[in-house]
Structures are given as structure tokens and as C-alpha cells.
Write a protein that binds this ligand. Sequence first.
Ligand code: PMP
Length: 444
Amino acid sequence: MDNYIIRDQNAISEIMKLRFNPLVARSAKGIYITDCSGKRYIDFSANWSVANTGYAHPDIIEVIKQQLEKLSFASTCSLINEESVELAEQLIQRMPGDFSKKVWYGSSGSDANEMIYKAISMADKKNKILTFVGSYHGQTLGSYSMSGHPMQSKSYSGNVIKIPYPYCYRCPFQKKCDSCNLFCLNYLEGYILHMACSVEHIGAIVAESVQCDGGDVPMPSGYLKGLEKLCREYDILLIIDDVKIGCGRTGDFFSFESENVIPDAVVIGKPIASGQPLSVVVGRKELLDVESGLHLFTTGGNPVSCAAAIATIRLIESEKLAKNAACIGALMLQNLKKLAEKFEIIGDVRGRGLVIGIEIVKDRKSQKPEPLMAQMISYQAYEKGLLLYTVGLYSNVLEITPPLIISEEQAMQGISILEDAIWCVKEGKFDESKLKEFSGWGIS
Ligand code: PMP
């Protein structure tokens, strides 16, 4: 039987699904995914920001093949392997900060943030962690507790306190971003650090400098630097979650480089090994050596993933992918802002490098979130040959995170398909019932 849609429905657990369309991916190359009928799609999602170097890059394939023949597996827990040491040394060198650092390996962004959750309270005996409303840090219990996305508010929150994210389009304090003077940062210092709990119990602040699953919202200029200052003043560790936007996507290898910030640790995942499972925490030696065997996984830091990561970093450098992300990202942002002028339902277009969010609303004045409309546009775009998903606190933000190898021509082609999809949905040509099983995080 060739009907994988039905077979998937019958065989694959619903609790691991987040589906926006019924695409059966058979192959992929560059920025394109091809389905089982041979139809080709431009991938504006990079499979949730994993395919930074594009699909099937010949260098990555070659390195993986060679590594499989040389040493297909060695558990970093109990054996030293050359690739994991090489990669760790490279990442330590790349990470700013004049202090001793070490590297931890896992297989997913979730297990890496889980490590942060466990290690923080042990490192300095301060048991509280501050994270942001709207943040996404993972699905394991600790990383889930740290997350502030509404879809992840179903679990208990452990020792985590959630603070307001600087979401300027929907400012939690009803301020205007050009005149607020970062009021939210003052609120954090003046209120949270003194009232929500005693500041000497706060071990760390964990932050995404562009909140992706929360709606692709970049921190306003100066916010991260201000956060770093507060952390230094109150002796709090600053942890940056770069799982989704690291490895070149924002225009720099690490997202915090543009603000000249030096975090105590950075969490990396998704694109680091071009699709091979690998997550990494690079950070202060004291934190990463807190207790032997505290957080280990049999396949974490395996040699095939590490070799793929070394090749990925090499490609980011040699193909100047961060620079491409900055240039094409700026161009796309400019064109999407022009597109917004044509549609009252586009409330906001924002981004940094190749992480861009298009917020769909009822109209610009009310700013009322329109998740159904966003979902319909995503599905309609899929039918026209473009893949993009929805994110956001209200599931009403179209996320654009293409592979970093994308060319200007491909980017413009994708935007033109998107425009076409928006017209169709606006004209009422889309059959809503198609969304029954394909509405991502849900339409509320
Ligand atoms: N951190 C961030 C910022 C993420 O966006 C995600 C995934 N969306 C995670 C952590 C969790 O990563 P994973 O799905 O690999 O566990």
C-alpha cells in the first residue's frame, strides 16, 4: 500500500505530531522538498530551522559517509572520540568570554535545556530560574517547565518564574516602543527581582534573543545588553537559548554577538549538525562540571553527529551563510513590509536575518489575532508549492526561516507564492474543512 497519509494516521502517535498539511516528504535538495507525487516545494521553514546548510549538501553527505566507515558510533559517556573533542574545542574558541569553558552534548534542544534546569540550582545553590512568557525551551519536564508558551502551560512550573517578554507589537505594558525607554527592563529590575522572590535565590535568566515559537519577536535593541548588565549586577547567570536561531540565522554565528553580549552559557541544537541529532551547551566550566554524570545520554555527542557539526560550521564559514542570512533577510523583510501595505490583515512584519514573522490580524486597528486566517494561508501556500508554518502566542504568525543558502531569486519566488496564497484566502477561495487535522498548535 502506498498511501502513507493513512498509514501515518494509523501508525504514528498523535502526541508527537504538529501538522500543518499532509505532505509526504520523499526527498530534498537545497531549499526544495519533493513529495511522493514528485511535486516540489520551496521550503520557507527549513524544517523548523534545522536545514541551515540546505538539504543534501554534498560536503555533509561525504563527511557522514566517511565517518560511518571510520567510527560509526562511540558513546561519549564512556569512550573518548576524536570528533566530539575537536568540535568542543572549536565551539569553546568561538564562544566569547574570558573564562574557562566546557561543552556538554545531547541530542535535542529539550535535553540541553533540561541540563540547564538541573545544573543551575546545583551550581550556585540558588533554586529559581527566570524565563520569559512566550518562550519555548523544550518538551522534557524541566525544559517544559522553563517554557512560557501558552501551549506549554499545562505542566507544573517547578522553580521557574515567568517574566514579560519585550513583545513590542503587543506590549504587555501598553507602551509605545519608540518612547518607552525599555520600561519592561526597569519593571524586571524594580519589581520582579525584588518582589517576585528574593534576588539572592535567582540562579539564572534563560532567554531567546528572538522569541521564535512565541511569534518571531526580536528583542528590541539594547534589551539583551540591559539584561546582561542586570545579571552581572545581581550575580545571576545569563543563559541564551540559541537552539533555533543560532548557527548563522540572525546574521552572526551566535544571536547575541550583534549586541556584544557575553552569556555564561549558550544552548545550541537544531541546525548545528545539518539534521543529525545533536545539541550542545557551551558555557562556564563551573556550571558544566557541576557534578559528574548528572545529565548524560548514550547517543549524545556521537561521532557521526559531531563530524557533521564540524562540517556544518566549516560550511557556514566558507559559504558565508551568516552574511547571506543578513542580506537576504533584510531584502525579504523589505519586500514583506511592502506586501503588508496591500493587506489589512498583515498587522506586523518583523525579524532579524532569516527569522521573520508575519502577524495575521483581523485589521490593523484592532490587532485582533486571526489564527484561522494564518492557518488557511499556510495550507494554501503549501498547495501552491511553498512550505511555511505558523507560530505565536495566538498561532497567528506565519514564520519564515528558510535554509541560509537561499538566493535572492528563490526568496522572491517564495514571497510571490505567499502573496498569491493570501489573495486566494482573502477572496474566500479556500475550503476551511481541509484544516481539520492540520492546524498546527490549534486554532483558539
Ligand atoms: N529551544 C528553542 C528556542 C526552540 O525553538 C526549540 C524547538 N522549537 C527547543 C529549544 C527544543 O528543541 P527540540 O525540539 O530539538 O527538543
